[in-house]
Design a protein around this ligand. Structure first.
Ligand code: SF4
Ligand code: SF4
Length: 158
C-alpha cells in the first residue's frame, strides 16, 4: 500500500455520525478495513509484551511506507491486522493484544452508524439497520443476535 493510500483507523471521536452505540459483537470487520496507527511509546510497550526487540517488531509488523515520525502503522497480512485471530467462517474475532492494543483501537466504539458494524451485522447475523437506526431482520435472527450479546456481556462479567 502506498503512503498516499494508507487508510488508517481513526477513533471516530466527535464524529457526528456516531450516534447509536451498540456493544461490540467482535465481528472483526473493522480490524480488516483499517491499518492501525500507534504512537512510538505504544509500539515499544507492545514489542516488550510480545517478547521481541523493537527492531524485530519494526521488521515484522510495521508498514515502512508510513511517513509519520511520532507514529507508526501496522501493516496488514492477508488483508487484516496481524493481531486479529479469527478462524475462517467464525462469527467472532479475538484481538491477540487486547490488553496492549493501541489508543486508536481502545477508543474505537461500535455503533449502528458505522458501516463496518453494519457489514458485520449483515454478514454474520443477517440483520440490517433501518432509517430510524433500529435493527431489522427476522424475529429469530434478532433474538439470536440479542442472545449472543447477552452471552458476550456475561463473558465480560466473569
Ligand atoms: S490491534 Fe486488535 S483491535 Fe486493533 S485492529 Fe488489530 S486485532 Fe483489531
Ligand atoms: S465492526 Fe463493529 S462490531 Fe465488528 S469488531 Fe468492529 S467495532 Fe466491533
Amino acid at each position: 500500500m502506498l503512503k498516499s493510500e494508507a487508510k488508517t483507523r481513526s477513533t471516530g471521536r466527535n464524529s457526528e455520525k456516531v450516534k447509536t452505540n451498540i456493544p461490540c459483537f467482535r465481528c472483526g470487520i473493522c480490524c480488516t478495513g483499517y491499518q492501525i496507527y500507534m504512537y512510538r511509546d505504544e509500539a515499544n510497550k507492545l514489542a516488550e509484551h510480545l517478547g521481541i526487540t523493537l527492531m524485530e517488531f519494526e521488521n515484522e509488523y510495521l508498514d515502512t511506507h508510513w511517513p509519520g515520525v511520532d507514529t507508526v502503522v501496522i501493516r496488514h497480512y492477508a488483508g487484516r491486522c496481524p493481531f486479529l485471530e479469527q478462524p475462517v467462517d467464525s462469527i467472532m474475532g479475538l484481538c491477540r493484544i487486547h490488553a496492549f492494543k493501541p489508543y486508536c483501537c481502545r477508543e474505537w466504539r461500535a455503533s449502528l452508524d458505522r458501516k463496518e458494524c453494519r457489514q458485520g451485522l449483515s454478514r454474520y447475523w443477517g440483520l440490517s439497520v433501518n432509517e430510524s437506526g433500529k435493527l431489522t431482520g427476522s424475529p429469530e435472527d434478532v433474538l439470536c443476535f440479542q442472545t449472543f450479546l447477552e452471552f458476550l456481556n456475561e463473558e465480560e462479567d466473569v
